[in-house]
Design a protein around this ligand. Structure first.
Ligand SMILES: NC(=O)c1ccc[n+]([C@@H]2O[C@H](COP(=O)([O-])OP(=O)(O)OC[C@H]3O[C@@H](n4cnc5c(N)ncnc54)[C@H](OP(=O)(O)O)[C@@H]3O)[C@@H](O)[C@H]2O)c1
Length: 230
């Protein structure tokens, strides 16, 4: 059975990833900041015959990540998806920026995914073909210039580099590591005017992960499977 770990699984793309993998019969560790308030995720878990474990993890907090590790124990993790994200404050302009929110963005989206991989490394090593996918953004790419999003873009650009470095360092352990732009998605973050639904995005991300191997480690994808120019 495939074991999948997802962060930020209570809403948006993370919730739909959890649903898609559970529907396929995978064992899903669905982490979120506040399990008690995660109504849609808890409803999914109730209907999934024990295949979805809902547990707490704030990826901006090392202690919380370590507590999440106790929930997983020694189970192998075949697929680890770093999905949790924040905008990092609003507005993010030259004359008006919230530095605390920027620091939080870096903690949650740049350092957090590294810590999650570091913490669950024994679980990844215990899987036969382990894969790490980090949901980043086209705003991470120098080929996609976009004004004002200093906090968000720097955190996503940072995590792309972190994941590229991990891809090199973990290749010898047989762990494939990649990054993906999920599309412009109709979630709380993307807004109702976005291009695609969270279900479409999750299906695309899942298909890219299915095709991922050590031959593709370190690559930056789009949700439709194309390589994202970086
Ligand atoms: N939507 C888009 O168009 C778009 C485009 C490019 C990239 N992305 C990326 O896609 C990923 C998913 O975004 P989304 O659109 O699904 O956004 P969303 O609906 O706003 O969901 C964000 C998720 O991240 C969680 N989260 C935030 N801070 C966290 C923390 N410290 N620890 C654990 N979980 C935390 C949220 O949990 P709470 O409910 O507790 O806040 C929520 O589950 C993010 O990495 C985002 O940057 C989205």
């Amino acid at each position: 059975m495939t074991h999948v770990l997802i962060t930020g699984a209570n809403r948006g793309i993370g919730l739909e990833l959890a649903r898609a993998y559970a529907n396929e019969g995978a064992q899903v560790f669905a982490f979120c900041r506040n399990p008690a308030g995660a109504d849609q995720l808890n409803a999914l878990a109730s209907s999934a015959n024990g295949r979805v474990t809902v547990a707490a993890m704030d990826v901006g907090d090392g202690t919380s990540i370590a507590t999440g590790k106790k929930v997983v124990g020694d189970a192998p993790i075949d697929i680890l998806i770093n999905n949790a994200g924040v905008l990092g404050g609003h507005p993010q302009t030259l004359d008006s920026i919230d530095f605390d929110a920027w620091m939080d963005a870096l903690k949650i989206m740049t350092i957090g995914p590294f810590r999650v991989v570091q913490t669950f490394l024994p679980n990844l090593k215990a899987a036969s073909e382990p894969k790490v996918m980090t949901v980043t953004s086209q705003l991470a790419a120098s080929t996609w210039p976009f004004g004002t999003t200093y906090a968000y873009s720097s955190a996503k650009a940072g995590v792309n580099k972190v994941m590229q470095t991990l891809a090199l360092d973990l290749k010898g352990d047989g762990i494939a590591v990649s990054m993906i732009h999920p599309g412009w998605v109709k979630t709380d973050m993307g807004g109702p005017g976005a291009d695609i639904t969270p279900q479409e995005s999750a299906a695309g991300i899942k298909a890219v992960i299915a095709g991922l191997s050590l031959a593709h480690t370190g690559k930056f994808y789009k949700w439709n499977g194309d390589i994202h120019p970086w």
